[in-house]
Design a protein around this ligand. Structure first.
Ligand SMILES: Nc1ccn([C@@H]2O[C@@H]3COP(=O)(O)O[C@H]3[C@H]2O)c(=O)n1
Ligand SMILES: [Zn+2]
Ligand SMILES: [Zn+2]
Length: 245
């Protein structure tokens, strides 16, 4: 049994050469879209994929590069496929997501009247494993990004960590690897300048070698080519490439 990861994009919020950092978790009987930023519909088109083949969309936090494509996704599902997409979201994020959804929606006569009108909403409890299919089990872990706003990274299958946008958390990463048997880490990475709300490359380089070996970098800026060969054992996750997990 194999689960694959294909990123629709690996760029940060301002990247022009990369689509937003959104991913498809692909298994034999279930496809999960992780985040749906403004560029997600275009990236799906570019990959020749259809939202009709996605079983659910999971949201990590409320920033446009992670949720800006949801109004188009909802509209497409209703008009083209006559149904609603399943939306998986931490219970605490449902209200702020609805506010952002309304802000990102063009005004039409058929705008949804609630999040439940736009999606089949499934609220997830952070800190508990959720079995989505025979091969996909995930848990939301709250991680810091913007002060006062909740954001959730993902534990996939108990041995993979997929960061939401987050401030560097070395203790968490060491605990996941040393105590919880994590063997792969997909991490957001700000390559230049102070991190502020993201983890920087310098911070990730300060981790021990055995942890660095597990890390693939994502959510990077357009200057990424300048950093090839400068990330020690860490490798860049490339958009559109299919990785076996
Ligand atoms: N100068 C900036 C810096 C950041 N931002 C927003 O902050 C968000 C941080 O998380 P993100 O998901 O990378 O998206 C960033 C921008 O929306 C912004 O809008 N302007
Ligand atoms: Zn982001
Ligand atoms: Zn963010």
């Amino acid at each position: 049994m194999t689960v694959n990861l294909q990123m629709l994009g690996t760029g940060d919020a301002f990247a022009k050469n990369y689509y937003n950092n959104n991913g498809l978790l692909l298994s034999r009987d279930y496809t999960l879209l992780i985040d749906c930023g403004t560029t997600a519909p275009r990236a799906m088109e570019k990959l020749g994929r259809s939202f009709a083949d996605v079983n659910a969309v999971l949201i990590t936090h409320i920033h446009d590069d992670h949720v800006g494509g949801l109004p188009e996704l909802s509209r497409l599902m209703k008009t083209k496929f006559g149904r609603k997409m399943i939306l998986l979201i931490a219970d605490t994020l449902a209200e702020p997501l609805w506010e952002s959804f309304q802000k990102n929606s063009p005004v039409t006569a058929h705008n949804p009247s609630s999040l439940e009108d736009a999606f089949e909403v499934r609220l997830l409890k952070p800190g508990s494993p959720h079995k989505l299919s025979t091969e996909i089990i995930l848990e939301l872990i709250r991680t810091p990004h913007i002060r006062g706003k909740e954001s959730y990274s993902l534990l996939l299958g108990g041995d993979i960590f997929y960061s939401a946008d987050m401030i560097f958390q070395p203790e968490l990463l060491l605990k996941l690897v040393r105590k919880q048997g994590i063997r792969q880490i997909f991490h957001d990475c700000q390559l230049k300048g102070p991190g502020e709300v993201h983890t920087t490359l310098s911070e990730l380089l300060s981790l021990p070698e055995d942890v660095r070996k597990m890390i693939r970098l994502m959510h990077y800026g357009d200057h990424k080519p300048q950093f090839e060969g400068k990330t020690a054992e860490m490798t860049f996750l490339e958009q559109h490439v299919i990785y076996a997990l």
